[in-house]
Ligand binder design. Structure first.
Ligand code: GTP
Ligand code: MG
Length: 552
């Protein structure tokens, strides 16, 4: 077993079933050569979904005996795995071996009475465990060990990076510290599954799917939860039975467009989450965005959720990124490095606006790895050429076909180090002709820019669209200047390698310093521009306009 998997120690069985999925990154990082075939994106998703349906979330009293807790729950059936975590209280995620156990638990659980208030008797898989006599349980010798759901503090990260041995080592450390853990991934699928239960009250048989960085291998601890309501199966259900001259259809309401249908469905599900969804707070409907969404917080898991409808292309982009992220370990190491760098320097932001998004940055890294010699990553067109008939996929008239079986893709012969790649990434984009060229991961070559937007990154599946249309000239300029300065830092003898005599941050740690090498004057200039962009963003967001250019 790879150390990366052993680390997931909370329950012996926790990671075992997802070995094939963990294997690509695990083996590359740790050097363990495991020839188990790699899972496809759909296999991972289906497996995780089924696992989440056998899982419950329980708020526990702070001091609890783990042994007694498990014994109590086992009366409903054998437990496959469990872990605890803290988030304004102690929570347990418990996976049963069989789905029937959930029914037994639901049947053995009471709706509470809350003083003079009235409760909404909504029965979900999110429970509270109560103690009959609170003092009886505190005798436990070994208290529960909550698993960590947060990224390291900047101080801890800085220490870890400074004690690394090389820039490559620093990138690996960053990846290990920030990537989603097994437990966090489980919590994400569970939260998605709990939301599916709410949506299923209206649309039995619907699926709520996870996409974005939770599943595309580039997720950082703390990233948002992108989910979408998939009604494809609901539309398909009921195999067309015609006999003689007859067949049956549902009586339905119709609206003028798919967009309006999505707005109506999301509006109602948003209301339902608001009124009945335990732990769902701060519901905000953003229905006029290019891709209508409902944003809310799931308090118990701490995730900010963006729920959309009808977002199959975004799911397909996540699958494509999953393929790229799994193909070669250097991809994730670089993407994590570049994303963290961009975040520290406020090139990206949690608020939608004129800044570069993580999705665009990932596309830039992928593009850069496609144009290496020999290429580290194939173009999307090359992946399409490798596709078989089973891979064919057309969504809303867009050809989204590419090979989905990772085992059929030949590994790259390129042996460049991540250290070199990081430096050259900054050099390449520090000197890129953004004024005339566009970035296309579909073709894996620079293209002529079709319009005047400052940054043009072709949408891989809707090729006439630009995924970074929102980026302003000043934000692009900041990116370019910081990229140049970072390339420079990585070339300097005193900052590129660790020096035993000096305690100064070096390599990646030096790049992640908020001040980097910027002069006071430049910092002030960019500070003003950022403020201007921020004000613009707040203005347009409060008007609930469609500044959100994403497919979210
Ligand atoms: P985080 O910043 O870690 O959340 O990264 P993310 O990849 O999850 O990005 P985000 O939450 O902004 O968007 C979720 C997903 O929506 C992305 O992974 C893409 O698949 C898709 N997406 C986001 N922005 C765009 C866009 O501008 N165009 C298109 N076509 N898809 C987008
Ligand atoms: Mg996201």
């Amino acid at each position: 077993r790879c150390p990366a998997l052993r680390r997931l120690s909370c329950a012996g069985t926790l990671a075992a079933d997802f070995r094939r999925e963990e294997q690509p990154s695990g083996s590359a990082e740790t050097g363990c050569k495991d020839k188990t075939p790699m899972k496809t994106f759909s296999e991972v998703q289906d497996g995780r979904r089924e696992q989440a349906q056998r899982t419950v979330l329980i708020q526990c009293p702070n001091k609890i005996s783990e042994k007694k807790f498990l014994k109590y729950l086992s009366q409903h059936g054998p437990i496959h795995s469990h872990f605890f975590y803290e988030s304004f209280g102690l929570y347990a995620v418990v996976e049963f071996c069989q789905k029937d156990s959930i029914d037994s638990l639901l049947n053995g659980t009471q709706i509470p009475t809350v003083g003079t208030e009235a409760v909404i008797p909504f029965r979900s898989r999110f429970f509270s465990l109560k103690l009959k006599s609170p003092s009886g349980h505190i005798t436990e010798k070994s208290p529960v060990q909550p698993s960590n759901q947060l990224p390291p503090s900047s101080k801890k990260l800085s220490e870890l990076l400074c004690s690394a041995e090389s820039v490559a080592d620093q990138l690996t450390t960053l990846l290990k510290e920030f990537q989603l853990t097994e437990e966090n991934t489980r919590l994400r699928y569970l939260t998605c599954s709990l939301i599916e239960d709410v949506a299923a009250a209206y649309f039995p048989g619907c699926t709520v799917r996870l996409f974005g960085s939770s599943v595309n291998t580039f997720g950082k601890l703390g990233c948002d939860l992108d989910i979408f309501l998939d009604l494809e199966e609901t539309r398909k259900l009921g195999t067309h039975k015609s006999m003689g001259n007859f067949w049956m259809e549902f009586q339905v309401k119709s609206v003028p467009s798919e967009r309006i249908a999505a707005q109506k469905i999301l509006s109602v599900i948003g209301e339902c989450l608001d009124h009945f969804g335990p732990g769902c707070v701060g519901i905000h409907k953003i229905l006029n965005a290019r891709c209508p969404l409902v944003r809310f917080s799931h308090q118990a898991s701490g995730f900010q959720c963006d729920l959309t409808a009808n977002n199959r292309i975004a799911l397909k982009s996540s699958e494509l990124l999953y393929i790229y992220g799994t193909m070669d370990w250097r991809v994730r190491a670089l993407v994590f490095g570049v994303r963290c760098w961009a975040r520290v320097h406020s090139l990206t932001s949690g608020i939608p606006g004129a800044w570069i998004t993580n999705f665009s940055l990932t596309a830039m890294v992928i593009f850069f790895l496609q144009i290496r010699s020999p290429p580290i990553l194939p173009s999307l067109d090359a992946l399409k050429t490798l596709a078989g008939t089973e891979d064919k996929c057309i969504i809303e008239g867009n050809n989204c076909t590419f090979i989905r079986d990772l085992n059929k893709i030949k590994p790259s012969e390129n042996t460049e180090t991540v250290e070199l790649l990081l430096k050259e990434f900054f050099e390449y984009f520090g000197n890129f002709a953004f004024n005339k060229n566009s970035i296309s991961i579909r073709q894996g070559r620079e293209q002529n820019k079709p319009d005047s937007s400052p940054l043009h990154i072709q949408n891989p599946f809707e090729t006439s669209l630009n995924i970074s249309k929102n980026v302003s000239q000043s934000q692009l300029q900041r990116f370019v200047e910081l990229a140049r300065e970072s390339a420079w830092v990585l070339q300097q003898k005193d900052t590129a390698v660790p020096s035993p005599s000096s305690k100064l941050p070096w390599g990646l740690a030096a790049l992640l310093l908020p001040s980097l090498t910027q002069s006071k004057k430049k910092q002030k200039k960019f500070g003003n521009e950022r403020l201007k962009d921020l004000l613009e963003s707040i203005k347009s967001n409060s008007a609930e306009s469609s500044t959100n250019t994403s497919r979210k």
